[in-house]
Structures are given as C-alpha cells and as structure tokens.
Ligand binder design. Structure first.
Ligand code: HEC
Length: 191
C-alpha cells in the first residue's frame, strides 16, 4: 500500500513538474508583442510573394476571368444544365436583393434606397463577354462591393452563365422556342 502511494505520488509530482516547464518555456503567441524582434511584433510579416497552401491560383481564366490580360469570351469549363441550375440558385441568393430575379435592377434593396444598378438587358451589358461579369463579381464595380470572399470562382462562372440565360430570356422571340413548345405558348397566348 505504501509502495503504491509512493509510486502515485512520484508520478503526480513528475507530471506536474513537467507541465510547469511547458508553461514557462519561452514562446510567441499570435497577436502578442515580443521584445525579441526589432519591430516588437510576435507575428512575423509574410515574406513578399508568399502563397498560402491551396491558393496558387495559376489558372488565369478560372481566377481572373481573363486570357492574356483580356476579358475572356469563353468559360473555363463546359457549362451544363446543372451548372446553370446552380448559377440560378447562387444568383438568387447573392444578386437578386439588388438586381432582382430577372436582372432589371429593381431588387428590394434598391427599392429601399440603394443606387439602382443598370439592367442586364441594356445593349452595353448584352455585348459584354462572360469574363466581364466574372470580373465585376470578383473585383466589385462602382457602388457594388465584390463577392470574391463569398462566392468561389466556379460559382461566379455559373452565375455569369445564368446572367446569359436571363439576357436570352428577356430578348427571345417565338422563333427561339422549339416547335413542340411553341404550340403550347401560342395556346396560352390565345386564352
Ligand atoms: C447590394 C446591392 C447589390 C448586390 C447584392 C449586387 N449588386 Fe451588382 N450592382 C449593384 C450596383 C449599385 C451596381 C451599379 C454600380 C455603379 O454603377 O456604381 C451594380 C452593377 C452590376 C453590374 C453592371 C456593371 C456595369 O458595367 O455597369 C453587374 C454585371 C453586376 N452588378 C453583377 C452582380 C452580380 C452577378 C451580383 C451577385 C453576385 C451582384 N451584382 C450583386 C448593386 C448590387
């Protein structure tokens, strides 16, 4: 019994001593000052040109919307129906508060006093390449702040593709509708 007691006591003593050493060792804490460095900061400034792991962003088209510094007329990946559906969903979350669901620029925030954005259906914006919409979302535009920290690049492209859908939808004619659907529309129109 006595031997057991001594062993437990010795272990506890050893462990406590060890813990104390770890507490007292010299170390730097994030955001706490340091007398060691000349600038007095514990956190060291990042070496210029440092790239965080997973943020190399080498693909110019995917990450900047440009090819050789010019706004891209193409998408960095093939746009499928599911990309458009995802684009619609993201657009309705992030853009409709100001641009509204059809893109005319009369969203609820605009009705409450925000500067009214131009409609996506004006000729100037219909003539813009997809890279332009990607760029506006990535860097902001005038009174509009950027979305680069909230929407990942792939989704920004899907939204750009969905803006194309909206532009088509507002400028389509009956001739753009497949014949099978046309009769349905004509019937509805006649009612
Ligand atoms: C809080 C309101 C608001 C939200 C949300 C918003 N925008 Fe805008 N947007 C604006 C305003 C305001 C302008 C006009 C800015 C200016 O001319 O100063 C604008 C302009 C634009 C333009 C036109 C730029 C041009 O050349 O005239 C595009 C394209 C655009 N926004 C896309 C988007 C997309 C895509 C989203 C969603 C990811 C979005 N916006 C979300 C307010 C908003």
């Amino acid at each position: 019994m006595r031997a057991l007691f001594l062993t437990v006591f010795a272990c506890a003593f050893a462990a406590a001593g060890c813990r104390q050493d770890m507490h007292d060792q010299p170390k730097l804490r994030g955001m706490r000052g340091s007398a060691f460095f000349a600038d007095g900061r514990g956190v060291r400034p990042i070496v210029p040109g440092t790239v965080a792991r997973g943020h190399l962003n080498e693909d110019e088209l995917l990450h900047t919307g440009k090819v050789d510094g010019k706004l891209a007329d193409v998408f960095p990946f093939e746009i499928t129906r599911s990309d458009l559906e995802r684009g619609k969903e993201r657009y309705e979350i992030y853009c409709t508060p100001c641009h509204d669901r059809t893109g005319t620029g009369n969203g609820m925030i605009v009705q409450r006093g925000m500067k009214r954005p131009p409609s996506y259906h004006i000729q100037r914006l219909r003539d813009q390449p997809p890279g332009y919409f990607f760029d506006v979302m990535t860097n902001g535009f005038g009174a509009m702040y950027d979305y680069s920290d909230r929407i990942k690049p792939e989704d920004r492209w899907r939204i750009a593709a969905y803006i194309r859908v909206l532009q088509l939808s507002q400028n389509g004619t009956l001739a753009d509708v497949p014949p099978a659907e046309r009769t349905v529309l004509e019937k509805e129109q006649a009612q």
